[in-house]
Design a protein around this ligand. Structure first.
Ligand code: SF4
Length: 275
């Protein structure tokens, strides 16, 4: 739990009246995944509990995000494409705001790939996780065979006219070859500003990497089935803002109050951008 402001009091009425400042909203759609990457910060796997955000909460969240002036929506997990209703959920979001869905890409074939056709023309981007320009680099944390399937998904989505970006995690295995990975991404047709490299963090399954506290990162409001969080880096107690998600405006104001308190005590937090 953040050690700062975690509930409203009458004295904080001035803060309540200030406009929220968030431009991004992250939504954890679920926590299960077709993969079981050994560095997964959410401890996702095929056997992890789904912990899906209920559909009614999801649609209400999108509606309230639009009203609150959120500029961009990010859907993540787990793997969002294990959900049968993810296509309708993506359409609802991307019809209203630019939407980025984070995926390992491996399920985007066959029937699922065909269902994506209905989403063409919407403001939808697929951010696909790719850690290496060679299979052995990517597969070291993500499992044998995953590179091949993920690269195939990137190529297929691009051929079909979808926007694709790449999210890479810098690890001891790929740290010496990130330039080669960037070049590989370019060769796949990914723009320079569509390549996101972030350091490995010590969270979830990962026993190595940097340790990020809430005070170290600029907030990006994050919602799961279990509450509202400071940043997508943690959907656990370490960055919990509140258990109540609604109204979203209250969560945004709570986030702003915490940011103000942090900034009053020292340097402004650095951005840690996952996408
Ligand atoms: S890192 Fe991503 S793809 Fe790997 S287990 Fe976690 S959620 Fe799934």
């Amino acid at each position: 739990m953040l050690a700062l402001v975690t509930s409203y009091t009458p004295e904080r009425e001035a803060v309540r009246q200030a406009p929220p400042t968030a431009s991004r909203l992250w939504i954890y759609t679920n926590f299960d995944c077709n993969l079981a990457c050994t560095y997964c910060l959410t401890s996702s796997s095929p056997t992890a509990a789904r912990r899906a955000l209920p559909a009614d909460a999801y649609y209400r969240l999108i509606d309230e995000a639009v009203v609150a002036g959120i500029d961009e929506l990010f859907l993540t997990g787990g793997e969002p494409f294990v959900l049968p209703d993810i296509f309708e959920k993506l359409a609802y979001a991307a019809e209203r705001r630019p939407t980025i869905v984070l995926t390992n890409g491996m399920l985007l074939r066959g029937r699922r790939l065909e269902r994506l056709e209905a989403l063409k023309g919407l403001l939808l981007t697929f951010q696909i996780s790719l850690d290496g320009h060679l299979p052995e680099i990517h597969d070291a944390y993500r499992g044998e065979g995953s590179w091949e399937s993920t690269v195939a998904a990137i190529k297929t989505l691009r051929q079909r006219g979808f926007r694709v970006t790449i999210g890479a995690t810098e690890t001891p295995v790929n740290a010496a070859s990130t330039d080669e990975l960037r070049a590989f991404a370019r060769d796949l047709g990914i723009r320079e500003d569509g390549f996101f490299l972030r350091p490995l963090t010590k969270r979830g399954f990962s026993q190595e990497g940097i340790e990020l506290r809430a005070e170290d990162v600029a907030p990006e409001l994050t919602v799961t089935a279990e509450g509202v969080f400071w940043h997508p880096q943690s959907a656990g107690e370490a960055m919990l803002l509140a258990r109540d998600v609604f109204p979203l405006r209250d969560a945004l104001e709570l986030m702003k109050a915490n940011l103000d308190a942090i900034e009053a005590g020292g340097p402004v937090p650095q951005r840690y951008r996952c996408a």
